[in-house]
Design a binder for this molecule. Structure first.
Ligand SMILES: Nc1ncnc2c1ncn2[C@@H]1O[C@H](COP(=O)(O)OP(=O)(O)OP(=O)(O)O)[C@@H](O)[C@H]1O
Ligand SMILES: [Mg+2]
Length: 554
């Protein structure tokens, strides 16, 4: 075989020209001790805060304590596979989650790994975003000014939420907190018909922290049944998962939302709930031997929630010019964190922290809930500090006086129990309040469009229902909305367009209220007649039975 030197050199030259040095540095450390899901590792001198570490057997961990001679890290996964003396490698990657459209409709864990058995996500390397991101700065934001309709009358009318706002939902256990979030997610279907490709469609993310798995499955089933999963991602770190996963889940969910926000979309992120996240954080930090403070929470538990909730924002239209990180301006991320209280104690450590971070709070009360006032929103102490600017004008005008009405009602109702001689004005307040309270009741999974809400609330606040029996108010609502849809469909559009409810619309509404009330009264009269007829027949049949009963009671 004869070698042609020219050819050999040309090949070698080409190889040399194409050579790219691709060596990667990886530090390797040794596990000093392991227990309770926490490992201490020696020898990782260049380890970063929050860096993902690799343990043998596919177990991953996050570096959380960078100390002089060792790194404290929590394990994400089966901790029993890790032993003293095992080798640990750094990955050079701060903990990150997959983002993007392929997550829609999926159920994933805190690290973005699918849990729904529907195969891997179609994501590339660029789709992995770090779970801790800086919050948008002041100049990159703009004031909250668009409504985030929850479809719940009591909230949209009195405690309106705007896009980009952070509104806390707080209450004891079993007061309908999760129900409220689910309804708000279902209601977002109105924004874009449930089609995630429609730029107007609000993307929803439900982060379940420390919930029972059955609760998560229930939420998934309900969202599916209402066609809401097409634009929703569920991030689940159930109660049976490691505390580390529960503590990380909200950040992961937020990052997934930020991807959409930075592309100019509107996002609603629900954290259910942050009290459980704080408990998980406390557990992890105590195991890492950070000093405990009030209620044994570590000193930075405030920061845990503030740096998460600060990431909710309404971006300015020119945000991309200020910071190239944003692909498109005008997007928003609304946060609805939930905090569970013990015995209505809103002055406990975590509730006060989160109350001070958010732009308002919705109090759900056990007493109201058990009295059948569902959702059990206490309108007196609930507030939304920025949402008013986002409420649509017609709703603002007609619902403006309602809070005051209800507050007066509640004050007088307690007092009126003791006396029967009430003056006219007091009676009127009680009458109106009773009907408004009734009007704000709403069953689950039936969010109402804002135009329907405006029309029914108009019926209440205009006094149109004052002469109707309180227990028939919801029946009226149903008949009234059907009547408006069938006969005056244009009014629904008019109340959205007009800057208030115009006099012409008011005339139509007043007329419709009268008609529907008359219909209801006629039905009552008919039913009463039937009842009388039955009662007339009844004594004959009932008489013998009464006789046989007598000896027992006598
Ligand atoms: N508007 C409503 N009308 C009727 N029932 C409701 C309503 N809202 C909630 N419920 C019912 O009340 C119960 C508790 O609701 P939910 O689970 O949402 O409360 P929670 O505060 O999230 O409870 P937990 O503290 O267990 O998380 C559920 O059975 C739910 O179906
Ligand atoms: Mg719940």
């Amino acid at each position: 075989m004869d070698l042609r030197p020219a050819e050999v050199t040309s090949i070698l030259e080409k190889e040399i020209a194409n050579y790219r040095g691709q060596s990667a540095m990886q530090s390797v450390g040794t596990v000093l001790s392991v227990g309770d899901g926490v490992a201490r590792v020696w020898g990782l001198d260049d380890c970063m805060m929050n860096e993902l570490l690799e343990f043998p057997g596919g177990v991953r961990g996050v570096a959380l304590n960078l100390e002089e001679d060792n790194v404290g890290c929590v394990l994400l996964g089966d901790a029993t596979k890790v032993k003293e003396g095992d080798q640990v490698k750094t990955t050079g990657r701060v903990i990150s989650v997959p983002t993007g459209n392929s997550l829609l409709g999926r159920v994933v864990n805190a690290l973005g790994d699918p849990l729904d058995g529907r195969g891997p996500l179609a994501v590339g390397e660029d789709d992995y975003w770090m779970i801790e991101q800086p919050a948008p700065s002041v100049v990159e934001r703009r004031g909250v000014h668009e409504p985030m309709q929850t479809g719940i009358k009591a909230i949209d009318a009195m405690i309106p939420i705007g896009r980009g706002q952070r509104e806390l939902i707080i209450g004891d256990r079993q007061t309908g907190k999760t129900a409220l979030l689910v309804d708000a997610i279902i209601n977002q279907k109105r924004t874009g018909g449930g089609d995630p490709k429609n730029p107007a469609q609000v993307i929803c993310i439900y982060v379940a922290v420390g919930q029972k798995q059955s609760t998560v499955v229930d939420v998934l089933r309900k969202l599916n049944a209402h066609g809401a999963m097409t634009y929703t991602i569920i991030v689940a770190a159930s109660a049976n998962e490691e505390a580390s996963m529960q503590y990380l889940a909200p950040y992961g969910g937020c990052t997934m939302g930020e991807r959409f926000r930075d592309e100019g979309r509107h996002v609603l992120v629900c954290y259910d709930d942050l009290y459980k996240q704080a408990l998980a954080y406390r557990q992890v930090m105590l195991l890492l031997r950070r000093p405990p403070g009030r209620e044994a929470f570590p000193g930075d538990v405030f920061n845990l929630h503030s740096r998460l909730l600060e990431r909710a924002a309404k971006l300015a239209d020119n945000a991309p010019e200020i910071n190239p990180r944003y692909k498109k301006g005008g997007g928003s991320l609304t946060a609805l964190p939930v905090v569970e209280t013990q015995e209505n104690d809103v002055a406990a450590y975590i509730p006060t922290n989160v109350i001070s971070i958010t732009d308002g709070q919705i109090f759900l009360e056990t007493a109201l809930f058990n009295a059948g006032i569902r959702p059990g929103v206490n309108a007196g102490i609930s507030v939304s500090r920025v949402g008013g600017a986002a409420q649509i004008p017609a709703m603002k005008k007609i619902a403006g006086g309602m809070r005051l009405n209800l507050a007066q009602y509640r004050e007088l109702a307690a007092f009126a129990q003791f006396g029967s001689d009430l003056d006219k004005a007091t009676q009127q307040v009680l009458r109106r309040g009773e009907r408004l309270t009734e009007l704000l009741k709403q069953p689950q999974y039936q969010p109402m469009s804002v135009e329907d809400q405006i029309m029914v609330i108009y019926a209440g606040t205009s006094g149109g229902l004052d002469d109707l029996e309180a227990k028939r108010v919801l029946e009226f609502e149903k008949a009234f909305l059907a009547h408006m849809r069938d006969n005056h469909a244009e009014i629904a559009q008019a109340v959205i367009k007009d800057k208030g409810v115009s006099d012409a619309s008011k005339a139509v509404l007043d007329e419709a209220i009268k008609t529907v009330k008359a219909q209801l009264l006629a039905e009552v009269a008919l039913a009463a007649d039937k009842g009388k007829a039955k009662a007339a027949e009844a004594p004959k049949a009932a008489a013998p039975a009464a006789k046989t009963d007598k000896p027992k009671h006598g």
